[in-house]
Design a protein around this ligand. Structure first.
Ligand code: 13P
Ligand code: 13P
Ligand code: MG
Ligand code: MG
Length: 366
């Protein structure tokens, strides 16, 4: 049996401001999932939140890009947004950009990570969700997990991983994609994914066809879809671990830097990506700092056993402390780069208005 995992997310409203999801919204989404399981549309589901983003994790047998599954998720989000409006939540329906469902939620606002595969006898599934950042924020950990032997020992010592992985990278501005092999094309790959606002890792596959896909990341760019700022893209990712893929601990090692990402406060600042347990999945100081949550499952015939809260461990305390120290330092930059994003990545466009106001006073210089 081939199983599909769909992780579909949207910001449909939050409390207070852009901080976290209201419990009533999560309850409502759970009711929707229970109904879909009863109606045999999906096999299993888990609802959670990353900051102000509502995440629907579903298993089914309908393949990726299934209109039925996408429509179900869309309708659930629309119901949730209605409830959010009723309660008076902030940004109710923020990510639902279209008026009606049109076959696929991609391009309609929600973010989607999906993969289909033949289940192994024991199938560890890890899902990650970030808030206050952009899809390219996954470039760094994904590279470390699948490409860096200083992170993933298996690349060196596990014969089934020694030949490396295949990356699919998308250019979110030009809407192009390219597949590249690691380690042989490592330097070319890094030349692209080191620019995460434009080149975004979308999939990672084993070079062994039988093993198939190991990672899928959402790459929807809200700002480009809508043509104006309506919130950052707050991405999600699914990773299959172990037995020819990186071990669970190697995957988690990929998140151990607290690397600097874009998208904090008004989508216009840089900050450290802090790995947190679900309990701390709410963005507070300066609407952040940006954070990532991780959930671990064992999958059997489409049933998700779990979750285990992956960053709920004191070993991540020192990383969180480093993120707090970087936060103190970066915030002291106020409206200066690199605390604030460079002009072409800003989600707000105040500068033209300021320049218009100053127009008459602008003089030629040299
Ligand atoms: P408002 O301009 O709606 O207060 O939102 C600012 C903000 O938090 C950006 O999303
Ligand atoms: P979200 O994209 O998480 O809604 O955050 C908006 C924002 O800019 C908060 O400062
Ligand atoms: Mg929001
Ligand atoms: Mg968000």
């Amino acid at each position: 049996m081939k199983t599909t995992i769909s992780l579909i997310k949207a910001d449909i409203g939050s409390i207070p401001g852009h901080m976290t999801v209201h419990p009533n919204i999560l309850d409502l989404m759970e009711e929707e999932m229970d109904r879909a399981i009863e109606e045999k549309l999906i096999l299993d589901a888990h609802v959670f939140n990353a900051g102000d983003d509502t995440e629907l994790l579903m298993t089914h047998t309908k393949g990726v890009d299934s209109a039925e599954i996408h429509e179900f998720a869309w309708n659930a989000f629309v119901k949730g947004a209605d409830e959010a409006k009723e309660i008076g939540l902030y940004g109710a329906g923020q990510d639902l950009l279209a008026d009606a469902f049109s076959g696929n939620v991609k391009g309609m606002g929600p973010g989607v990570a999906e993969m289909e595969f033949e289940e192994r006898p024991a199938e560890p599934i890890l899902v990650f969700a970030m808030d206050k950042t952009e899809p390219g924020a996954f470039n760094f950990p994904i590279f470390r997990i699948f490409g860096d032997p200083f992170c993933t020992a298996g690349l060196v010592i596990d014969p089934s991983m020694h030949s490396g992985f295949k990356y699919t990278v998308v250019d979110v501005k030009e809407h192009k994609k390219i597949q590249m092999g690691l380690p042989e094309e490592m330097y070319d790959l890094l030349a692209l994914i080191g620019h995460p606002s434009r080149y975004v890792t979308k999939y990672v596959h084993s070079k062994d066809e039988k093993r198939g896909i190991t990672a899928a990341i959402s790459t929807e760019k809200l700002s480009l879809i809508a043509g104006k700022y309506i919130g950052k893209d707050d991405p999600v990712c699914i990773i299959r671990a172990q037995s020819g893929f990186p071990a669970v601990g190697e995957v988690l090692e990929g998140f151990s830097l607290g690397h600097i990402v874009s998208g904090w406060m008004r989508g216009s600042h840089r900050g450290p990506l802090m790995p947190v347990p679900l309990e701390y999945s709410q963005c507070t100081r300066f609407d952040g700092p940006p954070r990532v949550v991780g959930l671990g499952f064992q999958l059997k015939n489409g049933t998700l056993e779990g979750p285990v809260d992956l960053f709920d461990d004191p070993i991540f305390d020192s990383i969180r402390q480093r993120c707090a120290d970087i936060t103190d330092f970066l915030r002291r930059h106020g409206p200066f780069e690199p605390g604030m994003l460079p002009l072409d990545e800003m989600e707000y466009t105040t500068l033209p208005a300021v320049l218009t106001k100053l127009q008459d006073r602008l003089e030629d210089w040299e």
